[in-house]
Design a protein around this ligand. Structure first.
Ligand SMILES: [Zn+2]
Length: 432
């Protein structure tokens, strides 16, 4: 079995940071995490030796919400608010994407996530016109090596809506076609309350639960959306989800910017996780989610970048720092969301420990922006950029080492993307 020894690093263990420490990987799992220097006999046995000097060694980051179909649309927001931006630019461009465009934009988005230290991604896959489009995304997802969940988006109300039967049959097809895979899973991804009926939400949520998966849903992103919910249902969004019995531990509530105290109580009671996307919410002028209140009420929170169209990068380090900054600005409290707590909202596990899947990253702290490192959590949360990530390992497979991506030819991918975007702009009639 392939073995890797990572030595001389600052390692995040169950007891906290240890320096130096070492990590021993056997096959796809971590089998030892220890303080001190690695024993000579272990060094002699190692199939691969990685020096982590001046690096933090920690679990990989989770990007809990993005839309990789938007990778070709970064930089296009142009100061529009959420709904006009979606209707005038994003949805028409998405309608013009070919399966090959989607394959390339998925690869590009995943490579960007990988190079920023993300090992697990939830890709809220926007409604695709054909099976070939979605299958191209699934195949691309498997080729990069990250752990990807494709949350199959759908709408059954409004423009370009799908019929409820088509939505449920395609969701069943995806669960059947892409099952028992180590790196790719499927989830239910209704788009937003005002475009999804209660009955189809209930049906698709049941299918997801039967397949051991979850529902991933934009909720209360903007004030307009809250008002539409009040007009359509007479209820606030989270209250409505609770009333149709879709709120629970397997319902991921993405955004939750415009939730009130009662809704926060419902989220906590139901055990429904919230996915917080502070950079996207700020860029689109949607507001600042009440993160401190959610956490203090015991709501489980994860972080996401959101799609490249509403957050031009997939850099989770920027998202982590923004979560801290905006929470303090909102609460007028410089002690809110301290760095250790912020980091743990973004990493896949709280620490590296034996018998965990070998999903981990090395982050370089030997650069002027991080020096001096008084506190590792602060250096990571407040001073790190995606470009500081040195090495990424998923399931014992080295996907990036010394900043070089090993699972894909990046220069060729960039050239293919440049060419594809030029053609896409012409087809969608977007002028320079
Ligand atoms: Zn989104």
């Amino acid at each position: 079995m392939h073995t890797i020894l990572i030595e001389n690093g600052t390692v995040l263990t169950a007891e906290g940071w240890t320096d130096p420490g070492y990590v021993w990987i056997n096959g796809d799992r971590i089998t030892a995490v220890q303080p001190g220097k690695a024993p000579p006999d272990l060094r002699a046995q190692a199939g691969e030796l990685i020096s982590a000097q001046h690096c933090a060694v920690l679990p990989g980051l989770v990007n809990a919400h993005t839309h990789l179909s938007q990778t070709f649309m970064r930089g296009l927001a142009g100061g529009r608010p959420l709904l006009p931006w979606l209707k005038e630019l994003i949805w028409p461009l998405q309608g013009a994407l070919s399966p090959e465009d989607l394959r390339l934009s998925t690869l590009l988005g995943l490579v960007e996530n990988l190079t920023c230290g993300v090992t697990r991604v939830v890709n809220h896959h926007k409604v695709a016109p054909t099976h070939a489009h979605t299958d191209a995304v699934c195949e691309a997802s498997l080729s990069v090596g990250l752990r990807v969940t494709l949350a199959r988006s759908w709408t059954d109300l409004g423009t370009n809506a799908e019929s409820p039967d088509l939505v449920t049959s395609d969701l069943r097809r995806l669960f059947a076609q892409w099952r028992d895979l180590d790196r790719l899973t499927i989830a239910n991804g209704p788009l937003a309350l005002w475009r999804c009926s209660a009955s189809t939400l209930q049906r698709t949520h049941e299918i997801a639960q039967k397949n051991g998966s979850f529902t991933h849903f934009h909720v209360s992103e903007s004030q307009d959306e809250l008002n539409m919910s009040l007009d359509l249902t007479g209820l606030r969004p989270v209250t409505w989800l609770d009333s149709i019995e879709v709120l629970g531990p397997s319902t991921q509530v993405v955004h939750a910017v415009w939730v009130d105290e009662e809704e926060i109580g419902l989220l906590a009671q139901a055990g429904a996780p919230v996915i917080h996307c502070p950079v996207s919410n700020a860029i689109l002028g949607s507001g600042i989610a009440p993160l401190a209140e959610l956490l203090s009420q015991g709501v489980s929170v994860r972080l996401g970048t959101d799609g490249p169209a509403s957050n031009d990068t997939q850099d989770m380090w920027e998202t982590i720092k923004t979560a801290v900054n905006l929470t303090r600005a909102r609460t007028l409290d410089a002690t809110a969301l301290p760095p250790p707590a912020a980091l743990r909202l973004a990493i896949d596990k709280n620490a590296l420990s034996p018998d965990c899947p070998a999903d981990l990253i090395l982050v370089n702290l030997n650069h002027p922006r991080a020096m001096p490192v008084h506190d590792v959590d602060s250096a990571l949360v407040l001073s790190t950029h995606g470009g500081d990530v040195d090495t990424v390992i998923v399931g014992g497979q080295i996907l990036m080492r010394n900043r070089r991506v090993l699972s894909l030819d990046v220069p060729t991918l960039l050239e293919q993307c440049r060419h594809a975007v030029k053609n896409l702009r012409q087809r969608a009639d977007i002028v320079a």
